[in-house]
Every structure is written in structure tokens, then in C-alpha cells.
Design a protein around this ligand. Structure first.
Ligand SMILES: [Zn+2]
Length: 87
């Protein structure tokens, strides 16, 4: 796990719990022999992909380097936006 600090931005959806969109914890976990999941968790601990399965970025090697974190942030945006539509 690494802490990931972004500059002020308009492209990351704010955390529905605390309004943060710049400070995240990036995580990576191996889920199969050749498949890892990468996702971000808010600084407050909120993780939308913990409630909804299938929204984490999948990568062969995993890891929390910048490219994967960006993809994980896209997933963050997607799952929160989708959640707000269905609520
Ligand atoms: Zn938060």
C-alpha cells in the first residue's frame, strides 16, 4: 500500500463520505496466478470497490505505480458515479 497525493483537480470524483479527492491509499492484491487487482481507498478509509465487486482495475503484474493508480482512480470515478445514478 502506498499513499498517493494528487494536486487539486477536477477529474477525480470527491469521496461521498468526506469530500476528499486528492489523498488516497493505493492498494494492490494478487487474486490469481496471472491477475492482480489494483484499487484506491480514500484517506478516510472509504473504499467503494469493497461494496461492489468487479470494479477494481485488473492487471497482470499489479503494483501501485502511477499508471495503475490512474486506472484505479478511473475505477473510483466510475463506481461512485454509477452508485449515485442508481441511488
Ligand atoms: Zn473519504
Amino acid at each position: 500500500m502506498i499513499e498517493y497525493q494528487l494536486k487539486d483537480n477536477d477529474f477525480v470524483v470527491k469521496c461521498p463520505k468526506c469530500g476528499n479527492n486528492t489523498k488516497f491509499k493505493a492498494r494492490s492484491q494478487q487474486v490469481a496466478e496471472d491477475n492482480c487487482e489494483v484499487w484506491v481507498e480514500c484517506d478516510c478509509g472509504y473504499d467503494p470497490t469493497d461494496e461492489k465487486i468487479g470494479y477494481r482495475y485488473e492487471d497482470v503484474w499489479g503494483g501501485v505505480h502511477e499508471d495503475n493508480v490512474r486506472m484505479a482512480l478511473e475505477c473510483w470515478n466510475y463506481v461512485i458515479n454509477e452508485g449515485s445514478i442508481s441511488d
